[in-house]
Write a protein that binds this ligand. Structure first.
Ligand SMILES: NC(=O)c1ccc[n+]([C@@H]2O[C@H](COP(=O)([O-])OP(=O)(O)OC[C@H]3O[C@@H](n4cnc5c(N)ncnc54)[C@H](O)[C@@H]3O)[C@@H](O)[C@H]2O)c1
Length: 220
């Protein structure tokens, strides 16, 4: 297997977002004993454009795919995992150990994807010093100092909307560089801090709109 590093090519956000889908798909093929795969087959199975798939795989793969036979699945998995950062486990903190926070803290998939939630923070006395899935809940007053001391750069926000900016500011003060924001507000951050918003209401609105359009089509 060629466990070579991929030359870092600037992938678009859309291409990066497609990678976990490719990865999941080719891992399923590997489980079935398949060793090679070509772009047209991936495109057909995932319902994607063939040219786009070819470009995505060329950008991520350390070796050129062979005509027809395509890429070695084992190499492709390694290259994709490398690109997605699965081989460097990244420490993260989560603030807001409520319903959503508890669910995220209990989710085992993050470890597989290379993210390790080191600790949770909250401001509710009843939650402080409890453990969720082996992760200690600490007082939010310690957030900045813990992040600095442990050199943690990823922060997950699962507090109510009206608290999210305060928590974001505390994270930035602690040296957090990447924020995964589950609250439904837009955060203001200094330059150089990346915020990724996860807004379920927005996704639901898109699904509802699609449903409305489809139902209208059927009534015509
Ligand atoms: N529950 C969901 O399914 C869901 C889904 C999508 C988005 N969200 C969003 O995620 C956020 C959390 O939702 P939830 O349902 O888990 O709420 P929740 O009320 O169950 O939990 C929020 C937690 O944040 C803590 N908290 C509040 N202010 C804080 C502060 N300043 N510092 C530290 N901790 C603080 C609370 O004590 C509580 O434990 C909200 O912004 C919500 O809109 C929730």
């Amino acid at each position: 297997m060629k466990n070579e590093k991929v030359t870092p090519i600037a992938l678009s956000t859309q291409a990066l977002e497609r990678m976990p889908y490719y990865l999941h798909y080719i891992k399923q093929l590997q489980k079935k004993g398949i060793t090679q795969i070509a772009s047209p087959a991936i495109a057909a199975d995932l319902g994607l454009n063939e040219v786009q798939v070819r470009k995505d795989l060329a950008a991520v793969s350390s070796s050129k795919g062979k005509p027809k036979a395509g890429f070695y699945i084992q190499d492709l998995i390694y290259n994709m995992e490398e690109l997605l950062g699965y081989h460097n486990v990244k420490d993260a903190v989560l603030v807001g150990a409520g319903s959503l926070g508890k669910a995220l803290l209990s989710y085992k998939g993050f470890e597989i994807s290379g993210m390790h939630i080191v600790a949770a923070f909250d401001n509710q006395d009843g939650l402080i010093d409890t453990e969720i899935n082996g992760k200690k809940v600490l007082p939010v007053s310690k957030l900045s100092s813990v992040c600095r001391r442990l050199n943690i750069h990823i922060g997950i926000i699962t507090v109510p909307a009206n608290q999210a900016q305060t928590v974001c500011d505390q994270m930035v003060a602690g040296g957090i560089l990447a924020i995964w924001n589950f609250s439904p507000i837009r955060l203001t951050t200094p330059e150089g801090i990346m915020v990724r918003n996860e807004n379920m209401a927005a996704s639901l609105a898109i699904l509802s709109q699609h449903l409305k359009d489809k139902l209208k089509e059927h009534m015509l």
